[in-house]
Design a protein around this ligand. Structure first.
Ligand code: ATP
Ligand code: MG
Length: 408
């Protein structure tokens, strides 16, 4: 028995299948075009000469170099809106030719692999002389005769896919799952509060998966918080940027606000006062960038600042909706997604976050809005927000995740 995970034949073509549900909806064409653009962008950012073509509600990815297959598959597995992907062989639609190609393909891909098989045949070309079940029987019979491999239609270990279109037919033996969801950007833009932790990049990914394109905002406190913390956030931002053909990361300098809160005796309310400023500033940036919502990695009960009471007092600062995709997740579930999307190893690097700065050992678990408003009366809230916005840096990340340096 050998490993059946990786395709062996050289392929220069992938069939990327779309999530089924939205295919029938009103926005079908918009979604389809957007998905095609997203996939083309993600491919072109890394691989040379790749062309994404649409046909019959599918996308085909044509590679200029078969050596790019693994990367191209990985990009498809990471593209929201796709449900699965297969490397495919393309042959002219002709019964004998299809049978020969099927035989050659399974001899390469199934060599040394045990197990019964099935043929999953489909045709979009209704004038083809055989129906789908007849195609399956015909091709399956030929394989069985030649190889003596048993057929099992209910639980096959191996499946040969055959799809007959008018001029060309596609054949495949390997199918890998893609994320499903909706094409990034189809739901509009949201402003992600991105810290260097495990949660917020996962929250951003889940919002992307439901069609939201992201801008990200990071609150940074030099010199108390190191440049390494900022680098870590930029690394996480890059992982999100590649999924949406580029992203803007707004870096807000938060030090003056934190000093002012400390000077005003923020005490047990310190973290919540920080968070209220974060929300105010994020909302202002969001409106400037025409974002339709905020998005955070907040999670019910995980830390003192995330009780229902404390989430309520940050929720009242803007009329923008706040998405909290992780609100009910367990940490282990969040960690599993972080590993899958490749952010975990970066997130666990041990650098500080500004939320730990000047923070008392026993933060308030249930803060009242009155107490917070009283503390804020001792602060020049609007002036502090304005100053922070004026000093905000914007880092533009390209489709390849790398910073775009403005031309001189
Ligand atoms: P994470 O793992 O994402 O850092 P956390 O469990 O550490 O989350 P908190 O530090 O309380 O939780 O932060 C909750 C959320 O607030 C974060 O998920 C993020 O959306 C936002 N946030 C916290 N700190 C920052 C920051 N420095 N810059 C931007 N957003 C932040
Ligand atoms: Mg954090």
């Amino acid at each position: 028995m050998t490993d059946f995970d990786a395709p062996r034949a050289p392929y220069d073509l992938l069939l990327a299948r779309l999530g089924e549900l939205w295919l029938k909806g009103r926005n079908r064409n918009d979604f389809y075009d957007r998905l095609k653009r997203n996939l083309q962008g993600a491919m072109s950012a890394e691989l040379r000469g790749v062309q994404v073509q649409g046909s019959h509600g599918r996308l085909f990815v044509k590679l200029s170099d078969p050596a790019d297959l693994d990367r191209a598959l990985a990009i498809c597995r990471d593209t929201p809106g796709l449900s699965s992907v297969s490397p495919v062989l393309r042959v002219p639609t002709d019964l004998d030719g299809i049978e020969r190609a099927a035989m050659a393909l399974v001899q390469t891909e199934w060599a040394g692999v045990d197990g019964a098989f099935a043929v999953d045949a489909r045709r979009t070309f209704k004038q083809f002389p055989l129906t789908s079940p007849q195609i399956a029987r015909h091709v399956g019979g030929a394989i069985q005769d030649a190889t003596e491999r048993p057929v099992d239609l209910s639980r096959p270990a191996l499946t040969l896919g055959v799809e007959v279109n008018e001029e060309r037919t596609h054949l495949w033996t390997h199918t890998q799952p893609a994320p499903g969801g909706l094409p990034v950007g189809s739901a509009g833009r949201v402003m992600l509060l991105l810290s260097g932790g495990i949660d917020s990049p996962v929250a951003g990914y889940l919002a992307q998966k439901r069609g939201a394109a992201l801008d990200a905002v990071y609150f940074h406190s030099p010199p108390f918080i190191s440049a390494a913390s900022r680098d870590k956030v930029e690394t996480l931002a890059r992982r999100l940027a590649t999924r949406q053909n580029g992203m803007r990361l707004h870096v807000v300098h938060f030090t003056e606000i934190q000093k002012a809160i400390k000077a005003a005796g923020g005490d047990r309310l310190t973290v919540l006062l920080y968070r209220r400023f974060m929300y105010r500033i994020a909302a202002r940036l969001a409106k400037r960038r025409k974002c339709r919502a905020l998005c955070t990695g907040e999670n019910l009960g995980q830390v003192a600042s995330q009780t229902l009471e404390n989430l309520t007092v940050v929720d009242r600062l803007t009329d923008l909706l706040t998405l909290r995709p992780l609100i009910t997740f367990d940490k282990v579930e969040i960690m599993a997604i972080a590993r899958r999307i490749g952010t975990y190893d970066t997130s666990v690097l041990p650098y500080d976050d500004c939320c730990t700065l000047f923070v008392p050992r026993n933060p308030a678990i249930k803060a009242s809005i009155k107490a917070l408003e009283k503390a804020e009366r001792r602060l020049e809230v609007e002036a502090l927000v304005e100053q922070a916005l004026a000093a905000t840096e914007e880092v533009r990340l390209g489709a390849d995740g790398q910073p775009i340096v403005a031309a001189e």
